[in-house]
Design a protein around this ligand. Structure first.
Ligand code: GZL
Length: 349
């Protein structure tokens, strides 16, 4: 996300109005990629011709299906494509960069009108993005950013400000700890190593908690954004906390799926999540709101996956030759435990 600190051209768009349009018909779950050949399976969502416009063909290379957030993001993109009359070619890279690169190359070969993708990690994209540019195919980034010197390699980046999400998580904890003098040991479940959300959520959180010397990250490890790995890593944290006689007071999970895995580990260890150990999470999937209602998660920082309508509008604009802001930031909130019951019925993912 380093590049965006420089461009500065951030357009705050109210995502809620445009994004609620995304909810509607059912999108099919993408076929899982073929990990052996590395050729991620492609699914085509055919669409009816809309009011005489030339039908746009979009190639979308998705990260994978690693979390509830990702599933909602995929659904939003597929529903919005149908709604917008966009012919969608979709691939699931199973969280492997080489599969995303293969999918982008296949879209270039098929001469699609526009390519969009959520880069699984920040680096290693220059070559394939240059191939798309040389082929005259515009690229729109959604959800996660790339770290490239030449920002002309993509038209726009639509997604959250992950550093700000980390700051929001840190601010909640600093406020929670303001009246205690006791040290609070924090364990961090990081997202996918090298991914923009993992790098930036860590940066934002650390930037804020350094205000309070009692708040210390004592262990930090990737759980790759999945429940399974989140549980495994938390089990290891709990075991070493016992052997080192160093209590864990807070879990900061970079997404809800890892937080929910950590909750299982904490309960199996005989402790009460949300009470013996505070849980801070990011995303805002329904299961996290249920866990908050049950007192097991203390706060969730929202990260909105419903990017489909904004993406389709951006694709139409870029194919029509309109210029796009380099950075489109999605709006999102913070939900402490006490708001969960009231907010739960409003959750769309
Ligand atoms: C964030 C997105 C992250 C989510 C995770 O925009 O890239 O990836 O926080 C998902 O749940 O796996």
């Amino acid at each position: 996300m380093k590049q965006f600190a420089k461009t500065g051209a951030v357009l705050m768009m109210s995502a809620v109005l445009m994004l609620t349009a995304a909810c509607g018909g059912g999108g099919s779950k993408p076929a899982a990629g073929d990990a052996k050949s590395g050729a991620a399976a492609e699914t085509n969502t055919s669409t009816a011709q809309k009011d005489g416009d030339k039908k746009i063909t979009m190639g979308f290379a998705q990260v994978g299906a690693e979390s509830g957030w990702r599933t909602a993001n995929t659904k939003s993109i597929q529903e919005a494509a149908k709604e917008a009359g966009v012919e969608l070619k979709f691939s699931d890279a199973q969280q492997k960069q080489e599969n995303q690169i293969k999918a982008i190359r296949s879209y270039i070969a098929q001469k699609v009108d526009v390519i969009a993708f959520s880069p699984v990690v920040e680096s290693g994209w220059e070559t394939v993005l240059k191939e798309a540019k040389d082929a005259g195919i515009p690229v729109i980034l959604t959800d996660r950013a790339v770290d490239v010197k030449d920002t002309s390699l993509y038209v726009s980046f639509i997604g959250s400000d992950f550093v700000e999400e980390g700051r929001k998580a840190g601010k909640w904890l600093v406020d929670k700890a303001k009246d205690t003098k006791e040290p609070m040991n924090i364990v961090e479940l990081q997202g996918t190593t090298g991914s923009a959300p993992a790098i930036d959520r860590k940066q934002g959180f650390e930037e804020v908690i350094k205000e309070n010397a009692n708040l210390k990250i004592v262990k930090s490890q990737t759980g790759d954004f999945t429940r399974t790995k989140g549980k495994e890593v938390m089990e290891a944290f709990l075991k070493s906390s016992k052997s080192e006689n160093k209590p864990i007071h807070v879990v900061y999970a970079h997404n809800d799926d890892m937080a929910l895995g950590a909750i299982q580990a904490i309960e199996e260890f005989g402790l009460k999540p949300g009470k013996d150990i505070l849980i801070i999470s990011v995303d805002g999937i329904k299961d996290a709101f249920v866990a908050m209602k049950d007192g097991k998660i203390n706060v969730v920082v929202e990260c909105n996956p419903l990017l489909g309508p904004q993406l389709m509008q951006a694709a139409k604009d870029v194919v029509a030759g309109k210029s796009l802001p380099k950075r489109i930031v999605t709006k999102e909130g913070v939900f402490p435990q006490e708001t969960a019951e009231k907010e739960l019925p409003n959750r769309k993912y």
